[in-house]
Design a protein around this ligand. Structure first.
Ligand SMILES: Cc1ncc(COP(=O)(O)O)c(C=O)c1O
Length: 307
């Protein structure tokens, strides 16, 4: 579990090798305790950067093209031309994995910011010396309790908002919206926040997408106000291919509380069951649909990574 012993959706098994990692920082592989970026960096100063979380299985980065589509789409949308493409990113990821002797069960946070600023002010033009690129890869196996016990959610006041404020599809370094939601959930005695959309419909959590199983159907939000999760899309596609009725639709907490099963999706945990929402248990604790989708997803990862 996490350092406070409260479960989080990103709990991994302890691995001593993570104490001595080499971190990729702008072309160099640097020991973890010496890996640093400038205090003038746009990412540090403003949250002006984008990131991706990717997992390595069988020596391959799962769903690499989907992650690169999202990353380069976001970079284009914020006019951040890094002068590199997806294959350069693959080289960075592979170099980092190789330097750390990783071939399987590793998780990488790949971060790209607008780089150091000439002055400590906001204007993007003050970032003149090129982007900052960092890759932190850790040996990583999701902790067993995530799959068995499940996660407790609390509905919070913080929403993921309208696209014209800060589009929820930006996987940006500025995660304050989600951090506030997570704090609200923690203060309500839960592990993670269930966030509504601006109209009050069930939307997403602060770090994952969410699905519900109701009477043999799989429901998730419309997708308009949440991260366009790679895992979310894979689950929708797998349901369609396997004949499971799946709907992207508006629904309220009323339907969520009465679901038979609920699970979160994200690159780290794949599908993580939800045990309760706002203190109400979800279903009976039997999770046949979640298990079926988990098996389909595991097989897809295996096929995608040539395992
Ligand atoms: C807010 C939020 N929702 C959902 C996700 C899950 O996305 P993915 O399935 O691409 O990992 C993430 C992951 O970065 C996230 O930050």
């Amino acid at each position: 579990m996490g350092p406070t012993d409260a479960p989080t959706t990103h709990d991994a098994e302890e691995d001593a090798r993570n104490e001595t990692l080499l971190i990729y920082v702008n072309g160099d592989l640097v020991p973890k305790d010496q890996a640093k970026v400038s205090v003038y960096d746009s990412g540090f100063m403003l949250g002006d950067g984008m990131w991706e979380g990717l997992r390595l299985y069988n020596g391959r980065w799962a769903f690499f093209d989907d992650h690169m589509d999202r990353l380069f789409g976001a970079l284009k949308a914020v006019s951040l031309d890094i002068g590199m493409g997806p294959e350069d990113m693959r080289q960075i990821l592979d170099r980092t994995a190789q330097a750390n002797g990783m071939t399987h069960d590793a998780h990488c946070r790949l971060m790209v910011t607008r780089g150091p600023k000439a002055k400590p002010f906001q204007h993007p033009a003050l970032s003149r010396s090129g982007p900052t690129i960092v890759a932190i890869a850790e040996h990583s196996k999701p902790a067993d309790h995530l799959r068995t016990t499940g996660i407790r959610l609390a509905t919070v006041p913080q929403v993921r908002g309208l696209p014209m404020s800060q589009d929820p599809k930006f996987n940006s370094h500025s995660k304050l919206n989600c951090v506030i939601a997570c704090l609200q959930a923690e203060q309500a005695g839960a592990d993670e926040a269930l966030m509504l959309d601006p109209h009050g419909f069930v939307n997403t959590t602060n770090a994952c997408n969410i699905f519900f199983v109701r009477r043999g159907e799989v429901w998730t939000s419309t997708g308009d106000y949440c991260m366009n999760g790679v895992t979310r899309q894979k689950v929708i596609d797998l349901c369609r291919a396997d004949g499971i009725p799946v709907f992207e639709r508006n629904f309220s907490l009323y339907d969520a509380y009465g679901a038979d099963e609920a699970f979160l999706t994200g690159t780290f945990g794949a599908q993580t069951p939800v045990a309760q929402i706002d203190g109400k248990p979800i279903g009976t604790g039997e999770r046949p649909m979640t298990e079926r989708i988990r098996a389909l997803y595991k097989d897809l990862v295996r096929r995608d990574t040539g395992g």
